[in-house]
Every structure is written in structure tokens, then in C-alpha cells.
Write a protein that binds this ligand. Structure first.
Ligand SMILES: Cc1ncc(COP(=O)(O)O)c(C=O)c1O
Length: 405
């Protein structure tokens, strides 16, 4: 049977072998039609389609406000800004995340302070978070926000983090880039703090090409984000060129940013939003197949099954003691067999910028370091065919057999 997601290219990993992509968006004729309709409408950038996307998204997650933005990175920046994060203050997060989560603190002159993760969940360890809050408050540092990251789509322990937020008076911005659509205790991840940010990057559970959404129940936070995502302009002026009686007047109340989402992208987002549950079901069934097939292999530790998991990523851990090679060798062998894999995450405290600026050493966050050294993300997206999944399983099993210690 022909494998529709197979690709071969000379010189690429997987040449002469069908290639299973690490992630590939699921785009159908509905998304194409929605984009064509916007192209023909005469209005391409932020407008009515984006307003509808926001209203629909807010209704799905049960948030008072949803604001479409050009990326989750932009959303994290806007959320921190709206919550008053400023120079000299501290933003708490983990090193086990993508660059975006910590860089936004630096945009605002704040310092990210890292807290290590829990080995089983890869999420921020609430006990260590409490220790950090205690130490920083004793040292007289102002902690202006904390950013728990729902790694791979598994919600953090938001009950514990919520208690700490109340006790220390520190607002929460959830990095829910991986965590749509998934609930924690009945409410959607991303709606459990003061603000939450989703990513619509092409590998994510739904995509707009590039894009994201900030949600909040706090009116003043939403108002500030709405102004700052559009140059600091005091009101919506998107219709000033097209509506007959629209006022051309506006004021600039702050030096804002250009972080709006275009209608072209929102049109894709609206269609994807309607498919989100179906995509999640497909991801779940792939994960179940991986779990059944790979369970019991002594060279792999699988993630625990969780119902409330968005399964953006399927991160396994390689027990290199059971193999004649390390994690990097394991990745190379999978790639040689045409399997697209990735690593989540190279901890931020090992990156030269943070290492040098804050004098950090790899061993400062031992759990993050150990998880990174053994982590491999296997292909996972709703567009994977059953054939792709079987190919991944066969490659993993074959590498394990060929390189047994
Ligand atoms: C945990 C996390 N946060 C934030 C982002 C940033 O998302 P975006 O590319 O939409 O800015 C990513 C991107 O992959 C991510 O993995």
C-alpha cells in the first residue's frame, strides 16, 4: 500500500526508505476554502474573521477573553507585560522548555529564575517552586510572575501552583503552547491562571501557520493586551480603511507591539478549532498503539498514560545502559531508518546566553539535565497514517534488537 505521508529525497535521512515525518499539519479542503474566501473578500489582515475565531475559541475553553496573536511567544510577552512584569523583577519558570518561555522575561528587563522539574511529568516541581518563592522573598527579590509549562500537553499540578500563587501573591501565566484542548479538574489548561497562552505553530494540535491565542478572565489584562498587541493604540481601528463612517482618529497610549493575527490565518484557525477534538482522538489512538507495542522494552521508559493529556509530544526516555549506544546514537539509528525524531528539550540553563548571564552550570538542574540526556520525541501528529505508526514501532524495535548491550 502506498504510504501517503512518505517522502524520499536524495541526501536526506530516510533516502531509499519511506520517511515518517516527526510532525505534519492536517490541512484539508475546508481550510483551503476558508483561506480562498478571505482572499476574495477584500480584507486580509485582522478583522471580522479573527473576531469570530476569538469568540469561538473563548467559548470552547470557557474563558472571558480570547485574543488572537501572531505567535505564542508574542502572547507570553503581552501577558507578562499586562501583568506588570518589569525590570529587575523575577519570572519563575523551568529550564525544560523552549526558548520562548524565558526570553519574554528578558524582553521586559526581568530575570528568569529556573526551577527544576518532576522526573515523571517533565513539569515544574511544585515543591521546588515553593522553595524558590521562599528564598527569593527572603532575599527581597520581587517575583512578578510564574510560567508553568504544560510539557508535551500534560497539565502541571495547577492545584499546588494555584495555592502558591495565592500565598505569595504572584500571578500565573500558563504556557499552554502544547496543551490544547485538554482539561485539568474540569477546566481547560490555559484557563487556570491569570492568563494562558496557546500556540498554533504547524506542529501543534491546531495550526494557523504561525499564530497563537491568549486567554484571560481578567478584564484589565485583556484590555491591556488588546491595546499592546496593536501598537499601543487606544481602540480597535482595523476597520478604519473600509467602513464608510469609521473614524480615522486614534491615540497611542503606550509604545506597543505589532502582534495581531491576520484574517488569513484566523480562517484556518476556525476550521482547525472545529476539528480539534477529532485531532486529539487520533493522537490518543496513536499513543495507545505506541504504548501497547513499546511497553516492556527494557531500553525505553514510556510516558505514563493520562486521560487529561493533549499528547502534543510523545517523549520516551532511552535507558542507554541496556544498549550499546547513548541517546544520540539511538536518534541517529532511527533517522537512518527514515524516522523523523526530535528532542524536547535542550534545557535553557545549558544555553550559552543563560549560562553566561546567570553563571549557571548543567548540574544546577539535575532532573532537567538527566531527562534531556535520555529524551527522544517520536513522531506524533493527527496526520500520521497507521502505516507510519507501524513503521516507527518497527524501527524502534529493530534498533533495540541490533544494539542490545
Ligand atoms: C513550550 C513552548 N512555549 C512557547 C512556544 C512558542 O510558540 P510559538 O512558536 O507559537 O511562538 C513553544 C514553541 O514550540 C513551546 O514549545
Amino acid at each position: 500500500m502506498k504510504n501517503p505521508s512518505s517522502k524520499t529525497a536524495p541526501g536526506q535521512p530516510g533516502w531509499e526508505t519511506p520517511f515518517v515525518p516527526f510532525a505534519r499539519p492536517s490541512i484539508g479542503p475546508e481550510e483551503e476554502e476558508a483561506v480562498v474566501a478571505v482572499l476574495r473578500s477584500g480584507w486580509l489582515t485582522t478583522g471580522e474573521v479573527t473576531a469570530r475565531f476569538e469568540a469561538e475559541f473563548a467559548a470552547v475553553v470557557g474563558a472571558r477573553h480570547a485574543l488572537a496573536i501572531s505567535s505564542a511567544t508574542a502572547g507570553l510577552h503581552l501577558a507578562l507585560e499586562a501583568l506588570g512584569v518589569g525590570p529587575g523583577s523575577v519570572v519563575l519558570t523551568t529550564p525544560y522548555t523552549f526558548a520562548a518561555t524565558a526570553e519574554v522575561a528578558r524582553y521586559l528587563g526581568a530575570d528568569p529564575v529556573f526551577v527544576d522539574i518532576d522526573r515523571a511529568t517533565l513539569n515544574i516541581d511544585p515543591v521546588l517552586l515553593e522553595t524558590a518563592l521562599e528564598q527569593l522573598s527572603r532575599a527581597g527579590r520581587k517575583v512578578s510572575a510564574m510560567i508553568p509549562v504544560h510539557v508535551a500537553g500534560l497539565p502541571c499540578d495547577m492545584d499546588a501552583i494555584g495555592h502558591l500563587s495565592l500565598r505569595y501573591g504572584v500571578p500565573i501565566v500558563e504556557d499552554a503552547a502544547h496543551a490544547f484542548p485538554v482539561r485539568h479538574g474540569g477546566r481547560f489548561a490555559g484557563t487556570l491562571g491569570d492568563a494562558g497562552v496557546y500556540s498554533f505553530y504547524p506542529t501543534k494540535s491546531i495550526t494557523t501557520g504561525e499564530g497563537g491565542m491568549v486567554v484571560t478572565d481578567r478584564d484589565e489584562v485583556a484590555t491591556r493586551i488588546r491595546i499592546m498587541r496593536m501598537h499601543g493604540i487606544d481602540r480597535d481601528v482595523w476597520n478604519r480603511y473600509t467602513e464608510p463612517g469609521a473614524s480615522w482618529k486614534y491615540d497611542v497610549v503606550a509604545p506597543g507591539y505589532k502582534y495581531n493575527l491576520a484574517d488569513l490565518a484566523s480562517a484556518i484557525g476556525r476550521v482547525q478549532l472545529a476539528k480539534a477534538n477529532a485531532f486529539l482522538e487520533r493522537r490518543r489512538s496513536i499513543v495507545r498503539r505506541y504504548m501497547n507495542a513499546l511497553n516492556g522494552l527494557d531500553f525505553l521508559t514510556l510516558p505514563g498514560w493520562a486521560e487529561n493529556h493533549a499528547w502534543h509530544l510523545f517523549i520516551v526516555r532511552v535507558n542507554s545502559a541496556a544498549l550499546k549506544m547513548d541517546r544520540d546514537g539511538f536518534i541517529a539509528e532511527l533517522q537512518r531508518r527514515g524516522i523523523g525524531v526530535s528532542v524536547h528539550f535542550i534545557p535553557l540553563h545549558t544555553m550559552s546566553y543563560y549560562r553566561e548571564r546567570y553563571g549557571l552550570k548543567p548540574e544546577n538542574f539535575p532532573v532537567s539535565l538527566a531527562c534531556f540526556q535520555s529524551a527522544v520525541s517520536l513522531p506524533l501528529s493527527a496526520s500520521l497514517t497507521d502505516d507510519d505508526v507501524e513503521r516507527v514501532i518497527a524501527a524502534v524495535v529493530e534498533v533495540g534488537a541490533a544494539f542490545r548491550a
